[in-house]
Design a protein around this ligand. Structure first.
Ligand code: GDP
Length: 178
């Protein structure tokens, strides 16, 4: 079954987003952990696809060794998983482009990993600020990329972005089945 993974820096709003995506009627969710590590959680959705919760990256408070080990686990999953269909990279819409996120996406590109971006917590800033921030971010991305990946906006607080993200996943699943 296809897997859709979610990743982002600690505190970006990943748990809230995953709750928003899965906490409604119509989504039958089973928690499964077939992998070798409890750090990576798989949730079977509607018996059709797996939502994969990857650990946050770039913790300052973790020791260097822990951080390296975590990085290896994440990288192994991303590079080895044939079922990984799309990786959602979460970015906090309030912050400017962070080096660690840009480097991570660059690595995804070099490794040929399909990914999309979700800007989180859009309820926290005004529409105008959001537009400005997105422009700065996409300009930055276009310095290294010819094309932008799909971009989604979400607010777990206001329950926004849920349908767009789930529809996107469904459309990829449909194209895989045809
Ligand atoms: P994680 O560490 O990436 O899993 O982040 P969490 O989901 O735990 O969220 C971190 C903090 O941001 C928590 O205090 C959440 O309540 C808050 N948060 C997450 N998503 C949103 C959002 O869409 N809007 C607002 N206003 N706060 C959010």
């Amino acid at each position: 079954k296809p897997e859709y993974a979610f990743i982002g820096r600690s505190n970006v709003g990943k748990s809230s987003l995953i709750n928003m995506l899965t906490n409604k009627k119509g989504l039958a969710m089973t928690s499964q952990t077939p992998g070798k590590t409890l750090l990576i959680n798989h949730f079977l959705i509607n018996n059709e696809w797996y939502l994969v919760d990857l650990p946050g990256y770039g913790f300052a408070q973790r020791g260097k060794e822990n951080r390296e080990q975590l990085k290896r686990i994440i990288e192994n999953y991303i590079l080895d998983r044939e079922q990984l269909t799309n990786l959602f990279v979460l970015l906090d819409c309030r912050h400017e482009a962070q080096k660690i996120d840009l480097e991570f996406m660059e690595w995804l590109g070099e490794s040929g990993v399909p990914f999309s971006i979700i800007f989180t917590k859009i309820d926290k800033i005004s529409k105008g600020r959001l537009k400005e921030n997105l422009k700065v971010y996409t300009d930055k991305l276009l310095e290294t990329w010819e094309e932008l990946p799909p971009i989604f906006l979400s607010s777990s607080e206001k329950k926004e972005g849920r349908d767009e993200i789930l529809d996107y996943i469904e459309s990829i699943n449909n194209s895989l089945n045809n």
